[in-house]
Design a protein around this ligand. Structure first.
Ligand code: ADP
Ligand code: RBF
Ligand code: MG
Length: 429
């Protein structure tokens, strides 16, 4: 057993941890590659870009050129230059990472002093911050708030001699927060890259990692105190910080840890399943496409897959994970009405899928398939991160339990705010 952690300060990395620059980079890549080689589809470029992610820029560019056989039209250095020219940041709305607004807002409300420790230069930061705002929904209205307002101190990459993985930037952040070197363990650092984690640990801080690299590289984060799938899953109380108050328990569904779960102090204390109502509900609409052909056959659980490419911007607002909400069909099956729905949005670790998928399971029986029919899904709550299982039976059992969480939460009327979506619920609209 490690000693209990008593953090009272929080330090944040920026890119990939709090803001999502990935989608903006992808878009630049797609528009550039499309003009170079017209025979490649947008989908192929997005898929290749996703496969190349989490590497240094030139390595990613090299792999992309190889994957898309671009070598006759451009070399990796040229491609990188073209992309950097295209990425001028100005006027772009940079999205925040899923869960970032909730976390920052909560820590601010609890008066936890916060620092930003970014490798970005002050000049670059200023450029990015002109556009990056975190959407915070207060009780009455949705207001936009600049990210920098949350921080008591800000440290940039050009203020230190050595960048991450050197601990210098964290030393600087501590100094500005008024934390002595020997008290480094009072700082909880949030990082998304292995370099950042190394730097934080070398500084003596506690560190949680929310990896932006692909799953197979998770062991690169070994030195972190905890690794989470997203900021939504962070359990602050495990680090001596105040505990989130917005998870809602479903007291009719008992919590049982999965065999592979890391049993943190907080999960040992849990008794019931729970969910987190989304600050902003999300509508996902598109034709039902063919999936991996496993749902009905292997699991006895059909999932009406939606195409992720046209919905990319929307699903980037959600952490990969398991959600519930409602679905309606807009074609021949329109008359069937509104159906409670549980869904996975992510990579299905049990099957190790390379590509993201959106897989809603409508909680009712249908006589026939409804491929190609338009499906509209309203996502209202987050249940959990995706996980792996030792057997397919355990996966099935867990999915059925997710359905139970959905049914119970809705039966017990635990999700408020549905009335604001009355237009969506009006099937005759
Ligand atoms: P695929 O891998 O092609 O998605 P699945 O085995 O997951 O195949 O089956 C999904 C299909 O089954 C859906 O596209 C839909 O047409 C049909 N279906 C029937 N009942 C349901 C249901 N309750 N929820 C979701 N899809 C259903
Ligand atoms: N797949 C996983 O690998 N891990 C999960 O934790 C997981 N949870 C799911 C929860 C729900 C509610 C649903 C509908 C699906 C889930 N799946 C999960 C996805 C499942 O693997 C997928 O639907 C099938 O593989 C069919 O493609
Ligand atoms: Mg399916």
């Amino acid at each position: 057993m490690s000693s209990p952690r008593e953090c009272s300060f929080a330090i944040f990395d920026l890119d990939g941890t709090l803001i999502n620059t990935e989608a903006i980079v992808d878009e630049a890549v797609v528009s550039i590659v499309k003009t170079m080689k017209k025979s490649i589809s947008e989908r192929e470029i997005f898929d290749a870009a996703e496969d190349c992610r989490g590497q240094r820029p030139l390595d990613a560019s090299t792999e992309l050129c190889e994957k898309l056989s671009l070598n006759e039209v451009v070399n990796p250095v040229e491609l990188l230059t073209k992309c950097s020219e295209k990425l001028q940041w100005d006027g772009i709305d940079i999205p925040d990472m899923p869960g970032a607004a909730r976390l920052l807002e909560f820590l601010k409300r609890k008066k936890v002093p916060m620092a930003l420790a970014t490798s970005t230069s002050a000049k670059e930061l200023e450029k990015k911050m002109k556009s990056a705002t975190v959407n915070v929904k207060s009780s009455d209205e949705s207001k936009k708030k600049n990210l920098l307002e949350y921080f008591d101190v800000i440290c940039c990459g050009d203020e230190v001699a050595r960048g991450k993985p050197d601990p210098e930037i964290f030393h600087l952040a501590m100094e500005r927060l008024g934390v002595k070197r020997e008290d480094a363990g009072k700082c909880l650092v949030f990082e998304d890259t292995p370099h950042g984690v190394s730097a934080a640990k070398a500084a003596g801080c506690c560190c949680v990692a929310v990896p932006s690299l692909r799953r197979e590289k998770f062991d690169m984060y070994k030195s972190a105190d905890r690794v989470y799938h997203s900021l939504m899953d962070v359990e602050l109380e495990d680090f001596g910080l105040p505990k989130f108050e917005d998870w809602r328990e479903v007291k009719t569904v008992e919590f049982v840890a999965e065999d592979g779960d890391v049993l943190s102090a907080s999960s040992r204390a849990r008794k019931y399943e729970r969910f987190l109502k989304l600050d902003q509900f999300l509508e996902l609409t598109g034709p039902v496409i063919r999936g991996f052909g496993r749902g009905s056959k292997m699991l006895g659980i059909p999932t009406a897959n939606l195409d992720v490419v046209p919905l990319k911007q929307q699903i980037d607002k959600l952490a990969p994970g398991i959600y519930f909400g409602f679905a309606k069909l807009l074609g021949e099956n329109k008359k069937t009405g509104i159906h409670r729905t549980v869904m996975s949005i992510g990579y299905n670790p049990f099957f190790n899928d390379k590509r993201k998928s959106i897989e809603p399971w409508l909680l009712r029986e249908f006589e026939e398939d409804f491929y190609d029919e338009t499906l509209s899904v309203l996502v209202v709550a987050y249940v959990r991160a995706e996980c792996n299982f030792t057997t397919v039976e355990n996966l099935i059992e867990r999915i059925r339990k997710d359905a139970k969480v959905c049914e119970e939460a809705l039966d017990l009327d635990l999700v408020d705010g549905l009335d604001e979506w009355s237009d969506w619920f009006d099937v005759n609209r």
